[in-house]
Design a protein around this ligand. Structure first.
Ligand SMILES: NC(=O)c1ccc[n+]([C@@H]2O[C@H](COP(=O)([O-])OP(=O)(O)OC[C@H]3O[C@@H](n4cnc5c(N)ncnc54)[C@H](OP(=O)(O)O)[C@@H]3O)[C@@H](O)[C@H]2O)c1
Length: 286
């Protein structure tokens, strides 16, 4: 069997088309949506991600104020930058570029972000809203995976989904999202992790397996049921080289699979801007 590929680009294009209309509607009321970014340090990959997001912001009609802190900035410096954006009424969404230097505690910094400007949906209040089924920004990569499956008409409702990894940015929120009562979710979700010896007994019976670990090549064909759908969310970078969790040979067994490059990634960026426009709309209504 050769698996059907599930690219993220057409999913992102559809989301961006919707956002463009919503930006126009908001702009007609005199409001420019604004996604603010904070970068700490000189990491070239992180600086590249910020440039890419600023270019996308400009293309979509968002303002994108930016604060760049030096690599030796303190936690207090970062908190001051966050508070500047929190109190600026023209800013609707705030992104702290991850990773931050080792001496900064990202989780602590996140607590300072106004939850109603938390574009990554990772503030504990927003993770709580997700768990409680309340509206709020949803972490971007999990939201992108749900959108990817829906766009490519992979049925999820009532099916067995196994998520490999219980991390805060991907596995945990994805498991909450796909078990919600909604036509594009409503799945029987199992979460497995390093505390589950022989986890392949779970993936081998799954209809859909999502790798959300960050261990290159951890998901292999022998871990899949023939005809299953395999989604690669986890990646590790060695320099500029992207090493995905999903071994490409899974395509020999799966019925559908995300491509090595251009699968989940583009949908994550689209969901970032979807969260940003939703936060701007909500703030404008309030
Ligand atoms: N594509 C994108 O746009 C995007 C966006 C965000 C994140 N990601 C990627 O997604 C991955 C997960 O992110 P995260 O922040 O959620 O990661 P994380 O917090 O580091 O969580 C990783 C999870 O993988 C599990 N794990 C590690 N080694 C394992 C093994 N050998 N067998 C079974 N489980 C194992 C860990 O188990 P324990 O809990 O037992 O330690 C943990 O639950 C990372 O690679 C990250 O780069 C991609």
């Amino acid at each position: 069997m050769t698996a059907r590929l599930l690219p993220g680009a057409p999913v992102a294009e559809a989301v961006f088309a919707d956002i463009t209309l919503r930006v126009k509607t908001l702009s007609a009321t005199g409001v420019t949506p604004s996604l603010a970014t904070i970068l700490v340090g000189e990491d070239s990959a992180s600086a590249g991600y910020i440039r890419m997001k600023q270019a996308k912001a400009a293309e979509l009609g968002f303002a994108s104020p930016h604060i760049h802190l030096a690599g030796d900035a303190t936690h207090a410096d970062l908190v001051a930058a966050i508070r500047d954006f929190n109190s600026d009424r023209s800013v609707h969404a705030i992104l702290i570029q991850h990773p931050v230097p080792d001496h900064i505690d990202y989780a602590e910094a996140l607590l300072e972000v106004d939850p109603d400007k938390d574009v990554d949906g990772l503030h504990p209040l927003n993770l709580g809203r997700l768990a409680a089924g309340m509206p709020g920004p949803v972490p971007c990569t999990p939201a992108g995976i749900e959108a990817l499956l829906a766009f490519h008409e992979i049925p999820v409702a009532g099916r067995d989904v196994v998520v490999l990894g219980r991390g805060t940015t991907l596995g945990r929120p994805l498991s909450l999202l796909l078990s919600q009562k909604r036509p594009t979710a409503d799945a029987a979700v199992t979460v497995i992790h390093s505390g589950v010896p022989g986890w392949e007994r779970h993936t081998q019976r799954a209809d859909i397996v999502v790798a959300a670990v960050g261990v290159p090549g951890i998901l292999r064909p022998e871990h899949l049921r023939p005809g299953a759908v395999a989604i690669g969310g986890g990646v590790r970078y060695e320099g500029k080289r992207l090493l995905p969790d999903l071994d490409e040979s899974c395509a020999e067994v799966a019925s559908a699979i995300t491509p090595r490059v251009g699968g989940v990634g583009p949908t994550t960026v689209a969901m970032l801007f979807r969260n940003a426009i939703e936060l701007a709309e909500r703030a404008t209504r309030a």
